[in-house]
Unconditional design. Structure first.
Length: 74
């Protein structure tokens, strides 16, 4: 319970602020893109490379249930 209260206090303090009289540097967006984009592209690349393994795993999860039900019904 205390953890939730502390987290709420932190979130409220970070979101509700008085006027800061400051600005966001125009290069901040570029920096964010340069740090986040490689991770996104790496994850997408891993999905493309391992697509057959991923689909085989998912098919195996759902395929076992159907096969085991057929064996029990006979």
């Amino acid at each position: 319970m205390w953890l939730i209260i502390c987290m709420m206090v932190v979130v409220i303090n970070l979101t509700i602020t008085p006027f800061a009289h400051a600005y966001i540097d125009p290069n901040t967006g570029g920096f964010f893109f340069q740090t986040v984009a490689p991770f996104v592209y790496a994850i997408l690349g891993a999905i493309v490379i391992f697509w057959k393994r991923i689909t085989g795993f998912v098919k195996g999860l759902f395929g076992r249930n159907k096969e085991s039900n057929k064996g029990n019904d006979e």
